[in-house]
Design a protein around this ligand. Structure first.
Ligand SMILES: NC(=O)c1ccc[n+]([C@@H]2O[C@H](COP(=O)([O-])OP(=O)(O)OC[C@H]3O[C@@H](n4cnc5c(N)ncnc54)[C@H](OP(=O)(O)O)[C@@H]3O)[C@@H](O)[C@H]2O)c1
Length: 266
């Protein structure tokens, strides 16, 4: 019998992570579902099983050290190994820097989930991956780190930190079989994007399609998954950051005004 392929997906109680879990289930993967909301995790697990996969749920607050270590021990006891870790759990805050001057806790709260929780979990799983000389770690990031976007400073700083970590991990352990993928999602219609009312009027990617990007990252293991627009933006920012920022940011301000009008008039 061939060895089971095991993937751990954080933030799989909803949105992109839940859709990725179901799609990997369809492809016969054993999916370990991690997030805080147990009821939602059980619902996703039922969908994974109905799709032909195997699912286990691990309710956990990934900002907590002891709980994370306990869950990793349980996952390894249950499945023996992990082939792929998908660091997808996240939270976002949309607030101007001007309105954040006395809100350092915005940065602390976002970093706690988007950065420190992902590093904590990665570090807990890495020893077992290094021992097998095989392991892949996926990081859910955003197209908004590829282009200059206002109003998300805490969120984007946390995702950029995560991207730097991913590149360091690949640089240090790639030759020992440990690889990484950074996934640069565009806007996706989920609970997270739904928290900003004006985005109701914006065309967005479906969670199922975005879940497919995590599936590609898990199975094909490219160093990045991106839209063409994001890749061009990233290239532009490395060559002409000043010019691109001057051109793009007024357009974004105009788009926000247009979306506000649309939502108001609807
Ligand atoms: N939606 C977009 O437009 C968009 C764009 C670019 C990138 N992304 C990224 O895609 C990823 C998935 O987001 P989504 O859009 O699918 O949003 P979502 O539906 O709100 O999913 C966020 C997930 O993170 C989990 N989570 C949050 N805090 C946690 C904690 N302390 N411990 C454990 N789990 C925690 C949530 O589960 P519980 O509440 O059950 O804990 C939930 O499953 C995020 O990293 C996000 O930054 C999203």
């Amino acid at each position: 019998m061939s060895e089971q392929k095991v993937v751990v997906i954080t933030g799989s109680s909803s949105g992109i992570g839940a859709e990725a879990a179901v799609q990997l289930g369809e492809r016969g993967w054993t999916v370990c579902l991690l997030a805080r909301r147990q009821g939602e995790l059980e619902e996703v697990a039922a969908r994974v099983r109905a799709a032909g996969g195997t699912a286990s749920t691990y309710p956990v607050d990934l900002t907590d050290d002891a709980s994370t270590l306990a869950v990793v021990a349980q996952v390894l006891a249950d499945h023996g190994h992990v082939d792929v870790l998908v660091n997808n759990a996240g939270r976002s805050i949309r607030r101007s820097i001007r309105n954040s001057l006395e809100r350092l806790h915005d940065h602390e709260r976002v970093m706690a989930v988007n950065y420190f929780a992902a590093i904590r979990l990665t570090h807990a799983l890495l020893p077992s991956m290094i021992e097998r000389r095989r392991g892949h770690v996926v990081f859910s990031s955003t197209m908004s780190t590829q282009v200059p976007i206002p109003l998300f400073s805490a969120y984007l700083a946390s995702k950029s930190a995560l991207e730097s970590y991913a590149r360091s991990l690949m640089a240090e352990l790639g030759h020992e079989g440990i690889t990484t993928t950074i996934v640069y999602f565009p806007m996706v219609r989920t609970e997270m994007s739904g928290a900003t009312s004006i985005y109701a009027a914006m065309p967005m990617m479906t969670p199922a399609k975005a879940g497919g990007w995590l599936v590609k990252a898990t199975i094909d293991r490219p160093s990045r998954v991106t839209s063409l627009g994001g890749a061009l933006g990233q290239a532009g920012m490395s060559v002409l950051p000043g010019v691109l920022t001057k051109v793009v940011t007024p357009q974004i301000r105009r788009m926000d005004k247009r979306l506000s009008r649309k939502v108001r008039d609807h």
